[in-house]
Design a protein around this ligand. Sequence first.
Ligand code: GTP
Ligand code: MG
Length: 690
Amino acid sequence: MDSPMCLVENADGELHVVPGAIKYLMGLNQKVIVVAVVGLYRTGKSYLMNKLAGKRKGFALGATIQSKTKGIWMWCVPHPEKRDHTLVLLDTEGLGDVEKGDSKNDAWIFSLAILLSSTLVYNSRGTIDNQAVENLQYVSELTERIKVNSSSAASSSHDDEEEGDTQFVQFFPNFVWAIRDFTLLLEIDGRNVTEDEYLEHSLELRKGGGKKNLMYNLPRECIRNYFPSRKCFVFPTPTTPAKMPHLDSMDEADLCGTFRKVADTFCRFIFQESRTKTVKGGHKVTGRMLGHLINTYVETIAKGSVPCLENAVLAMAQIENQAAVDEGLAVYQRGMEEVKALFPVDMGQISAHHLCSDHQATQAFMKRSFKDENGDFLKALAVAIAKHYADLLIQNEDASEKKCASLLEKLSAPMAQKIKEGIYATPGGYELYCNHHDNMVAQYRAEPDKGVRAEEILEQFLKEKSLEKNSILQADKKLTENEKKIHEEQEKRALAEQAVKMEAEKQHQLEKLIQERERSHQEGICQLEAKMVQEAKGKQQELERALDSKLHEQEKLMAKGFTEKEAAMKEEIQSLREKEEAKREEKEEQSRNFRAIAQGVMESVSNGLGHYFNYKKAREQRKAIVFKEQVRFNLKSGAVDNIPDKERMTLKQDKMATPKLKTGAVGNSKDTTLPKVNTGTTGKSPGSEV
Ligand SMILES: Nc1nc2c(ncn2[C@@H]2O[C@H](COP(=O)(O)OP(=O)(O)OP(=O)(O)O)[C@@H](O)[C@H]2O)c(=O)[nH]1
Ligand SMILES: [Mg+2]
């Protein structure tokens, strides 16, 4: 991004997002570190943000007393130290502008900065006096402007607020106080202090009750409670008052040396210490997710409601998880393109591609999805992949059938011609026919890449040809009745052997599918487990961080003798500890759960593949009908004598019971969407040409 763009417009006291900026974020797949600056108007916020961007110009400054930045502006730059992260700088409208005079609007801008950032820079001028702390009044109103859980968003009971209050610490950004134009010595009671000690000193609480002390303590307590991770930088003036309005056109070298030094330390601290933006549950946020978050929060505020962390995450998870399903499926489809172009292929080939693409698709899904706690979206992906795979299996089978049928048609054409010419209708014609026939079958077998139905189509073809063969056998005057009987028996054996080969082919395919299922099941479990471990780790870290900071804060209070505050703090710490324990138990529960989810995913795969098995079943049924039709035709024409007795019996019964069916019609199939099967050479009536 070459220059900043407006992210949230603030017109007539109403906030709305700028679609162009959201679109930009939606295209950003990198994780983000978000640094937002807030503070009184005209205090050098935009100038400081430009420093973080490493540019002299960028966020507009303006040299007059009138406030310059309106709404929230965004500048996305490559993170100078974390190459796989984008640094998102948010410059906000100055607070307390007398011309605007809308503190409610200010409070929303302040809340948005907190909700969106992983580091919040509070910028003020002069010293941290009481006024400076009071200017941070918005912190004391945060419980009214931010809800953590959806239950507390719906109700506003005191307990819920308390709960939210304690939880803020888990989700709030790190806090950095930047004091500008600091001219005093960092000394307290004659002792040199660090900037951080100065900040802590300014945030110290007053002992004793009374309204005055209560008011004094309130903002300080809020800052201490919500932002246990605090840091302070004191900046001297950057240049002389006369040059100040032209600061953004001054060379770095012309700025005051100490200012440059502090600015450098400040930037280094921000780059090194700012965390990746996370949302409730510890999920790391990408640019795209940040776009969703901003949309949800600003829409909620515009509707007059209070933004809720949990609801925003749930809404984002729905959108992101559906997108993860779509992305996973797209990865799978792309992965299968290569093998699709080679159809027909054997089962091993399509299966290997399927496993590999399935793995990549699940990986892509896992990378993008989050909070898919019941595995519903993972199941949706499994079904979508299984359906696509089922379609491909069918296409591959159809391609195999087409190739085999046309190969057989081509190879049998010379024999068909010879039948027409009556070459086999002579004494000794049967032997000649058998030689040509065996030769043709050998040529068929020698042809490579016939696909998964090579044996099945051959079996079908040989069954059809057996009628023709038998006619030639019966007509051959060179053979005795006894020899004819022996040949008939041989033919039956050959057909039975071919049926065994076809069954073996089908069995092999089925076994491959079962193996595949097993392998992808194992893989799925591994990927799901890894994802759940990672998500649980995120939640755990979130709690640990909160707990650490509270413990740290407790130590400080103890040191200052705030026993009653310490008691309250102890309760908070206890509540966080209980949560941590509960999370641990939840983790164990989850690991039990995930096997159930993985099982559910496997069932979804079976359902998705059901389409393929239905298709196969319907095809078998059609084949049986077509075959019976042919036999019936030959029975009528008197050309068939070698039909097994059992089959002949059923045919006779059928003849009386069922109406005649057309070849290729799906007479008894309920599924009218099934593709029409190419019956290849079966459309003709074998034997009739002899
Ligand atoms: N005295 C002083 N002036 C500064 C400093 N940094 C920037 N300025 C000048 O102060 C004026 C306002 O700076 P901005 O960065 O626009 O301040 P801002 O806080 O973003 O102002 P708004 O957007 O109106 O809230 C400009 O003329 C800057 O050159 C500083 O550290 N000290
Ligand atoms: Mg500004």
